[in-house]
Design a protein around this ligand. Structure first.
Ligand SMILES: N[C@@H](CCC(=O)N[C@@H](CS)C(=O)NCC(=O)O)C(=O)O
Length: 203
């Protein structure tokens, strides 16, 4: 993992589950994600990746959403096993995985990373991120968490709201989302998960 929102989805869940896990830093700014050892685990060359052993069977999983689903189900926590509560968590998890993360990442690219800046591209992705922010803000005006109870949907969203500056949106314009961000961010497991890998910075 590295100091990235997708990685920290996983470290938050693992801290919430109280798992004993070891962090292997992969500095994506140093291109370490393309080292053979990493590509052997994830041919896409992206973090996060989880490697573990279960009943003498080696297991490996990449894609943050897949990891959240696998470990929530395996530990029967933060995702209902069936029924409307599971439906709701899956739906909001997918909004966060497929829209909040990608639109924020693209806005960040056009704001700070692209060798040639494009204002129309930035505004396009900012607009798409804004639509998700409005959606989440309105949704959270009626409930404490994204779904009935604190779930992997909240854990998937939290690190991305933490980089709201990447979108050029101001979190203060979304008061319910901001209150949720403060609330979730006060959880000890979230604080610990957001501090990993120790000392890593994305610059
Ligand atoms: N859909 C993937 C996206 C993973 C992803 O884009 N990870 C970024 C860091 S947040 C990465 O590894 N970037 C390096 C690269 O693309 O080469 C997931 O949710 O795990």
């Amino acid at each position: 993992m590295w100091a990235t929102p997708n990685s920290r989805r996983v470290s938050i869940l693992f801290e919430e589950l109280g798992l004993d896990f070891e962090v292997r830093p992969v500095n994506i700014r140093q291109q370490e994600q393309f080292e053979p050892e990493i590509l052997a685990c994830n041919p896409y060359g992206k973090v996060p990746i989880v490697v573990w052993q279960e009943k003498n069977t080696p297991r490996v999983l990449f894609e943050s959403g897949a990891i959240l689903l696998q470990f929530a189900d395996a530990h029967n926590q933060f995702l209902a096993t069936d029924g409307p509560a599971r439906d709701e968590t899956l739906a909001w998890l997918m909004v966060v995985l497929t829209a909040l993360g990608p639109h924020s990442a693209q806005a960040h690219h056009w704001k700070e990373l692209a060798p040639e800046r494009s204002e129309p591209a930035l505004q396009h992705h900012r607009g798409l991120a804004n639509r998700v922010y409005r959606l989440l803000d309105n949704h959270l005006s009626k409930r404490r968490y994204l779904t009935g109870e604190y779930s992997i949907a909240d854990m998937a969203a939290y690190p991305w709201i933490g980089v709201s500056d990447w979108t050029t949106l101001d979190i203060r314009d979304f008061p319910h989302l901001e209150a949720w961000y403060q609330d979730v961010g006060s959880r000890p497991a979230v604080i610990r998960g957001m501090s990993l890998p120790i000392g890593a910075v994305l610059e």
